[in-house]
Write a protein that binds this ligand. Structure first.
Ligand code: IPM
Ligand code: MG
Length: 368
């Protein structure tokens, strides 16, 4: 098979604004197929609440196996108020966590770049955020998200106890540290590793084991250790001190939302979740915008599709071996922003407000 052809992509639009933003990705895939003879095959399936409504479960085995067999999965968003009352294990978000865990997608890459055209959309002063380019590397299959024991149990005096367990092993820390160091090599050679080693043993281990990998394998990289709460503060005080931020599952979740807001809007942030290489050199992967399902604006055609479109560009780069096409797509997004087109979340004075569909069309027109 021709390397560039016949790549299988699975689209999982999901809930809320998911279907609207994934629709724009579909248009771009069609364009690549038509105009660049790229011959992507793509299928669309239900996930999250959309799957619960039809199948009673957030992801069916069939969809799960399709994800396993795809070269890349692109997901919109999971969850919404409609399903909030469901028992915990049946909630839409469980589908996403199952995919991450069972596809072994331990490395979550969340770039936070402040585009020059959007410096004014940030709630921070322009001089603080202009030129910002951070990569957050979040561990995605361990820590408190998956640790056992977990649950809610009755205790004495009619009280209840909620339990979650935070734990990491040496290997889990080593493999995610390597991802961060490898990325830093291609950037500014600097990693800031975050934990709470002042209060958590798992944090002490995290700090020590990240240092071990740096000392053994990445001597030329600069490594700082920072307490996660301090990192949250430093992100607002002086975000440009960071190059790659390495964090566990929970701290990475929080720090990436914060870093996202520095760029102006969560509507701009893509992410890639990657597993290890299998014996054929293939990497399992899932691409999704960092923003959630945004039920408040769903169905209005006002959501920003850029985060999902940039997630496609990450898929082209990391999973589909189509670096040039990824560059092209990134440039097309830049050009549309240069032209002053903005969705509602990033609108500012003198710019033209456009719908989700218009934004997608405009980006396609710049690919031409
Ligand atoms: C994210 C989200 C998810 C997470 C939710 C939807 C389960 O916040 O991808 O950042 O907590 O990981
Ligand atoms: Mg999050």
């Amino acid at each position: 098979m021709n390397k560039k052809n016949g790549r299988k992509i699975l689209l999982l639009p999901g809930d809320g604004i998911g279907p609207e933003v994934v629709r724009e990705v579909k248009k771009i895939l069609d364009w690549f197929n038509d105009k660049k003879s790229l011959d992507f095959t793509f299928e669309e399936e239900l996930i999250g609440g959309a799957s619960i409504d039809i199948n009673k479960i957030p992801i069916t085995d069939e969809v799960f196996y399709k994800s396993l067999e795809s070269d890349a999965v692109i997901l919109g968003a999971c969850g919404g108020p409609k399903w909030d009352k469901l028992e915990f294990s049946k909630k839409p978000e469980r589908a996403l966590l199952k995919l991450r865990k069972e596809l072994k997608l331990f490395a979550n890459l969340r770039p936070a770049i402040c585009f020059k055209q959007l410096v004014d959309s940030s709630t921070l002063k322009p001089e603080i955020v202009s030129g910002l380019d951070i990569m957050i590397v979040r561990e995605l299959t361990g820590g408190i998200y998956f640790g056992e024991p977990r649950g809610i149990e009755p205790i004495e005096n009619n009280q209840r106890k909620g339990i979650n367990t935070h734990s990491y092993t040496t290997n889990e820390i080593h493999r995610i540290a390597r991802v961060a160091f490898d990325l830093a090599k291609k950037r500014k050679n600097k990693v800031t590793s975050c934990e709470k080693s002042n209060v958590m043993e798992a944090g002490v281990l995290w700090r020590e084991e990240v240092q071990v990998i740096k000392d053994k394998e990445y001597k030329s990289i600069e490594l700082d250790h920072m307490l996660a709460d301090n990192c949250a503060m430093q992100l607002l005080r002086n975000p440009k001190q960071f190059d790659v931020i390495l964090a566990d599952n929970l701290f990475g979740d929080m720090l990436s939302d914060e870093a996202g807001m520095l760029t102006g809007s969560l509507g701009l942030l893509p992410s890639a979740s990657l597993g290890a290489k299998d014996k054929n050199g293939r990497i399992r992967s899932l691409y999704e915008p960092v923003h959630g399902s945004a039920p408040d604006i769903a169905g209005k055609n006002i959501a920003n599709p850029i985060a999902t479109i940039l997630s496609l560009s990450m898929a082209l780069r990391y999973s589909l071996d189509l670096e040039k096409e990824a560059d092209k797509l990134d440039e097309a997004v830049q050009k549309v922003l240069d032209d002053g087109l903005r969705t509602k979340d990033i609108i500012s004075k003198g710019k033209k407000e456009v719908t989700t569909t218009d934004m997608g069309d405009a980006i396609i027109s710049k690919l031409k």
